[in-house]
Design a protein around this ligand. Sequence first.
Ligand SMILES: NC(=O)c1ccc[n+]([C@@H]2O[C@H](COP(=O)([O-])OP(=O)(O)OC[C@H]3O[C@@H](n4cnc5c(N)ncnc54)[C@H](OP(=O)(O)O)[C@@H]3O)[C@@H](O)[C@H]2O)c1
Length: 301
Amino acid sequence: MAQILDGKKVAQEVRSLLKGRVARLADKGVVPGLSVTLVGEDAASKVYVASKDAAAKEVGMMASTHRLPADISEAELRAHLIAQNNDPSVHGILLQLPLPKHLPEDSLLNLIAADKDVDGFHPVSLGNVMLGRPGFKPCTPWGVQVLLHRAGISLKGKHVVIVGRSNIVGKPLANLLVQKAADADATVTVCHSGTRDLARFTREADVVVAAIGRAEFITGDMVREGAVVVDVGINRVEDASLPKGYRLCGDVHFASVEPKASFITPVPGGVGPMTIAMLLANTVWSAELKAGIDSKHDPFQ
Ligand SMILES: NC(=O)c1ccc[n+]([C@@H]2O[C@H](COP(=O)([O-])OP(=O)(O)OC[C@H]3O[C@@H](n4cnc5c(N)ncnc54)[C@H](OP(=O)(O)O)[C@@H]3O)[C@@H](O)[C@H]2O)c1
């Protein structure tokens, strides 16, 4: 039976340590400010934004959520983001994705000031991740790394197979875990929809990370005995027997994988809470930099 990698618990630990850092900042008259922009009415995005807002306030940060109409023009949204860039009380800016189809995600993300890019999606942040230099780390990949490290799982010399090569999960995670560092040093393989015989790679892996967006795609026959399995996926699957009409599940078929794995993340309660905790960690670090506090940008420092 696998040990559960409890993201909810580790995220809570991160948040309580951040509270202390927020208090230190308060002594200097600084309150970390997080500005979240939500465009349109995407149901899942509304839930994520509400969770981010609540978590930021819980650690004593100032969180402001800007809800903008789905038909906002690109020029108006650009003006809004520039105003956030120029607001000294804002230390972190987050533009919730996905955006309505008429808005160009890439160029709008590029507009966010690199020194307020707490989501870690700006090319400057991603470049620093690739080079192993200090900078904002994309929250979900960083959350995966912290969760593994906190559980005492050494990645040194291990083969990590990541399924998914998105710019927000797979690619940055590969870059984080390949660095020569105590919480990395893995041999990393990145798979995607063009990979031939995917199971050949996942079965070889010491650590499998699923970031695919397909419900229960990784099944027991695709992982080896004793593998560590991290499920990044969040999928809504119709279930008429539930009041909501759907249930949440990951990209991993938990029932068949869990008996073979040594460690596994649940969905919900695994990577999801870590993502939000790391967003707060990036924002507190941003405020510390501006306040002249030398922090190592390590949530467990
Ligand atoms: N827990 C969190 O906080 C969090 C954060 C972000 C995302 N997520 C979830 O994580 C999942 C992935 O998100 P994402 O944004 O990375 O998704 P994405 O941008 O849609 O990328 C999915 C990746 O999976 C690959 N893929 C699709 N079908 C495949 C197949 N049959 N075999 C192998 N690879 C396949 C795709 O390959 P191609 O590149 O070839 O298309 C792509 O690289 C989603 O369920 C999302 O909701 C969770």
